[in-house]
Design a binder for this molecule. Structure first.
Ligand code: NAD
Ligand code: UDP
Length: 313
């Protein structure tokens, strides 16, 4: 199998490349290195089944592949808001280019959509049948609406051109190789705790998220792309739900940090609650997460400890 992973030098993409190589695939890792890095894939460069392609998915591409995982898109609010127009282009033009490629070479394509398509949800937990509550003109819209149009394109290419699509909606995912400067809550809290800096809790910390360890996501992605006759969209996330204050307290306890938890302003349109309904994934893929936060968080802390130790030495 030859597999294209767009966004392959990013957090999730770099884990996926490793997993695919381990399963015997030839992997083409495409990335423009906006939020991803060479460091994430450095140790893969010597593998003769691995190839890195510096390319921007807003530009067309022609490569012969069997599978496409379309992950290219900045995922954290601070990064996708740097250049919101570019974020929309990456989602929409990127999807058109990758679907065009899938159509031409008859590849199966799995698109990484997001729980953000539900916006600030009024239904809880969120099933795939919920159409969402998204502000179309706010600071998060470039990402949320871009991802919604990308889903539309997946299903239109499927109906119109018979492209073999798969759509997954990923809920907050964490683990080793999250970017340090990403601004996402898990990496922020761990780094702040390890450095003895104040832990920045946005708002009163009562908003909730559900955190999925990256290995669980990879298992769901692979089951989804191998599953015949099911196109999704399907939620992939861990239904354990925590307030951000609980997360901050867990990180402090785990690291033995003396950091104080301090409140900062809540960003605009920050969803109040988020938790996946994963009945569909259980039924169609026989999948559910196996790694609770109590196991995944220590592994992630350990990874960030090593990164910081490496920087000091
Ligand atoms: P990430 O920022 O680490 O990875 C995204 C990768 O895409 C980076 O390597 C970046 O350089 C690359 N990229 C961005 N724009 C590009 C472009 N125009 N052309 C080529 N490459 C480009 O983020 P991640 O957490 O690994 O997320 C991967 C995918 O999963 C994204 O599509 C994201 O929306 C989706 N997702 C992630 C989460 C999560 O919690 N991490 C949740 C929901 C959805
Ligand atoms: N958050 C926080 N402190 C931080 C970073 C994030 O309290 O230093 C909060 C943020 O307001 C949101 C939650 O943590 O309510 C998750 O934020 P993240 O950016 O990781 O993901 P998303 O909001 O896209 O789910």
């Amino acid at each position: 199998m030859r597999t294209l992973v767009t966004g392959g030098a990013g957090f999730i993409g770099s884990h996926l490349c490793r997993r695919l190589l381990a399963e015997g695939h030839e992997v083409i890792c495409l990335d423009n290195l906006f939020t991803g890095s060479r460091a994430n894939i450095l140790e893969l460069m010597d593998n003769h089944r691995f190839e890195f392609l510096r390319h921007d998915i807003t530009e067309p591409l022609l490569v012969e592949v069997d599978w496409i995982f379309n992950l290219a898109c900045p995922a954290s609010p601070i990064h996708y808001q740097v250049n919101p127009v570019k974020t929309v282009k990456t989602s929409v033009m990127g999807a058109i280019n990758m679907l065009g490629l899938a159509k031409r070479v008859r590849a199966r394509i799995l698109h990484a959509s997001t729980s953000e398509v539900y916006g600030d949800p009024s239904v809880h937990p969120q099933p795939e049948s919920y159409w969402g509550h998204v502000n179309p003109i706010g600071p998060r819209s470039c990402y949320d609406e871009g991802k919604r149009v990308a889903e539309t394109l997946m299903f239109d290419y499927h109906r119109q051109n018979k492209v073999d699509v798969r759509v997954i909606r990923i809920f907050n995912t964490y683990g080793p190789r999250m970017a340090q400067n990403d601004g996402r809550v898990v990496s922020n809290f761990i780094l702040q705790a390890l450095k003895g800096e104040d832990i920045t809790l946005y708002g009163d910390g009562s908003q909730t998220r559900s955190f999925q360890y990256v290995d669980d996501l990879l298992e769901g992605m692979l089951r989804m792309i191998q599953r015949d006759g099911f196109h999704g969209p399907v939620n992939l996330g861990n239904p354990e739900e925590f307030t951000m204050r609980e997360l901050a307290e867990q990180v402090v306890a785990l690291t033995g940090s003396r950091s104080a938890i301090v409140q900062r302003e809540l960003p605009q349109d920050d969803p109040r609650q988020r938790k996946p309904d994963i009945s569909l994934a259980r039924r169609e893929l026989g999948w559910e997460p196996r790694i609770p936060l109590s196991q995944g968080l220590p592994r992630t802390v350990e990874w960030f400890r090593q990164v910081l130790a490496g920087e000091e030495s």
